[in-house]
Design a protein around this ligand. Sequence first.
Ligand code: DAH
Length: 346
Amino acid sequence: MFQDLDQLHAAAMADLSAAHSAESLEAWRIAYLGASGKIKAALAGLKDVPKQDKPAVGARLNTLRQSVEAAFEERKAALASTPAPAAQRVDVTEPGIISAQAVGRRHVISRVREELVEVFARMGFSVAEGPELEDDAHNFIKLNIPPEHPARDPLDNFYVDDPARAASPRMMRSQTSTAQIRVMEAAVQRGGGRLRESIKVVAPGRVYRPDTVDATHSFMFHQIEGLYVDRAVTMADLKSTLLHFARAYFGPEAQVRLRPSFFPFTEPSAEFDMKISLRPDQPPRWIELGGCGMVDPAVFEACGVDPEEWSGFAFGFGIERIAMGKYAIPDIRLLFENDIRFLGQI
Ligand code: DAH
């Protein structure tokens, strides 16, 4: 019996010194000191020991248990204070593995839109907004675009099917020029039926056209519209405003060119180009930006503005076009796919 206990003690000690981790130590504890461990089993065997030997065997068992328990505590303390192997050690003073933290930022279109708004704000333009879901009164009729005009082709617009509003169907606006109408109507309403104040606004926002998507077309894109209504506004004011904008946004070398054109809501109308250097590493070149002109009297009348008293100019251009030039983005789809690898570069 005593020999068995000596062997048990020796085995316990040998196994214990082989335990090098918290897990193996715990496995050892369960095997020897656990509720169904070997030492418990030995203690339970005491009942089979002949009566006269019981005190001696019992005493031996007790010292064995105490010795093993003490050794276990010692081993546990030693393991706790031993540093983990080098591979698992963390040097908290090392720079992080991801050295550049992934920081979110505003989308390039939002940034360009804000920059444009800011430049116009310095020229006295405030910001107007209009709904993206419009009626054809604002998108076409009041902008002097007659029913037979090709721009109203159902295949060229996103109309909303709504029999209840057949008289003035709703659609996703195809141009921010709708904001001109909304702003003038609101001003006339404030004036109690007539315009009593000048208007100077820009209206940036989304527009929708069912174009086939390719590198330069998208069914949704952004425009920024400008409207200035005052007494005796002339084409010279329009051109100087565009020139001022071009120089403020693109640099002092920028130039502006107007080419005669036609839009139903302006007369005369022009397309405007800017000779600009979109990027510092490129020589300036002419870029077609958008349309502009003097507000057509028919548009004023549709909004309740007296064309004898007021005159004005309007312009509208695409925001993607500027963003793509400025950041050398070759394909408009990149702007809407929201691939984080692309967005992180600009
Ligand atoms: N709305 C026109 C378009 O989407 C652009 C435009 C042309 C806006 C002339 C204007 C303007 O304000 O006067 O093509």
